[in-house]
Design a protein around this ligand. Sequence first.
Ligand SMILES: Cc1cc2nc3c(=O)[nH]c(=O)nc-3n(C[C@H](O)[C@H](O)[C@H](O)COP(=O)(O)OP(=O)(O)OC[C@H]3O[C@@H](n4cnc5c(N)ncnc54)[C@H](O)[C@@H]3O)c2cc1C
Length: 475
Amino acid sequence: MSFRLTQRLRREGVPAERVSAFIERVKPVLGERCSTRFSDLVSYSRDYWPISLHWLLKGEVPSLPDAVVWPESTEEVALVVSAASSLGIPVYPYGGGSGVLGGAVPEMGGVVVDLKRMRSIRLYEEDFIVEAEAGVNGYYLESYLNHRGLTLGQIPQSLYPSTVGGWVATKATGQFSTKYGGIEDMVLGLEVVLPTGEIARFPPHPRSSTGPDLMRLFIGSEGALGIITRVWLRVQPYPEERILQSFVHESFEEALQAVRRVLARGAKPAVVRVYDRIETKRHFYAFEEAYGKVLTIVILEGSSEVVRAEAGILEREMGGKPLGEEPVRHWLRTRFDVREAPEFAPLGVVFDTIEVAAPWSRVVELYHRFKEAVGSVDGVLFVSAHASHFYLQGACLYFTFAGVPRGDPTEFYNRVWDAAMRATLECGGAISHHHGIGRQRRPWLRDALGGGYAVLARVKAALDPRGVMNPGWGA
Ligand SMILES: Cc1cc2nc3c(=O)[nH]c(=O)nc-3n(C[C@H](O)[C@H](O)[C@H](O)COP(=O)(O)OP(=O)(O)OC[C@H]3O[C@@H](n4cnc5c(N)ncnc54)[C@H](O)[C@@H]3O)c2cc1C
């Protein structure tokens, strides 16, 4: 059987003699943990970027690397990076590959560094700090902590396939973020292999005032400024009590205002999710009282005294009609179910999600303008949203769209993204709340950062003078 595979994005090749020189340098240390087998190269040619599923159905992958390595220590990562850097070979860090924007795609070839063999955990129980190597799996870390009466509180929908290093690199956030914050609120210390191969350590402290917080440069850097090898994270006692509650409101606006009142009174629910009418119907079709309305689910958790006080605030401020625990239990049972994108792609349906954020003063405007802009792209079947991460200052809107393109799916996909990103920028919103930039969002990065783009470019040039780390990202 013949098998032909096209590389959709591959922009430049690395000369074969340089790849051989790289392998000669690292093979004596890594042995079988350095591979150029075709099956390995194909496996690391993509992440979870939904449009790449459509390419795959046509025998196309985003881009093949020239080699894949699986280091087991920071020193091995440093060896790989310094060898690649001295030879001018691109380096692409790879965690769980659950990124949804093509961030880990080895666009220029070179070497993919899979961190998953770096998976040790150490707990400093008295200090409420856990130290995890970058490749530690998210679910494994949370289970490890739960067995010891603790929680990190970072539960992204991709808990099972993602890694700690990936969370920090993408500035990820989880379903329980309204209480626990995003990963940036949890990181106390970091260890990074810089693009030159040097190792930088930012040790953990409860707080420090020793110059600018340089560690934060690497949170959200998506592999473009170095490879995160170790992270120190703050942990919390496992909640003593949980209270589940749900409400129906007549409109999305009304429900958002109710949540704003709850937060303004000082309550911090772990989970708050407000589903617009379409999403209420999609996700909660079994609950008749919610038909044609907007459903909000809430989870309060923590020590009993605090949670009960918060429940009082919820009861006073939420308004609408309480619907009890059952819709929340339904969400808890189904919250990791993400079958739609892979199921729809073979049917020719393009399906994706786009998360943005705005302050309270613009969030409703953003909701309507985004829906209008995306909904008017030819071929779009529906656009829906829920608000899922809340702050005293505003909220994240998490949109879902599906469409049947008349022509090329990629062209259709990019038209939808363009409409979405423009509407967000026009409303003064953040173009990404937690998925990051990757390859899909790069056309709008300059506009989103404004004068900050030049700062990013200078930091990148200073840390990575040979431009080897994740080239193509953000460019
Ligand atoms: C079904 C599904 C649900 C999701 N839900 C959420 C969610 O609830 N919240 C959320 O925030 N995200 C979510 N995501 C997106 C994704 O899971 C996150 O971005 C996650 O943090 C990526 O982790 P990863 O280990 O898979 O990273 P990868 O996909 O492997 O890499 C992501 C980026 O980080 C870089 N990178 C990875 N590891 C390192 C490292 N050690 N050092 C430097 N750079 C590195 C890569 O080069 C790439 O640019 C979801 C994705 C899917 C598929």
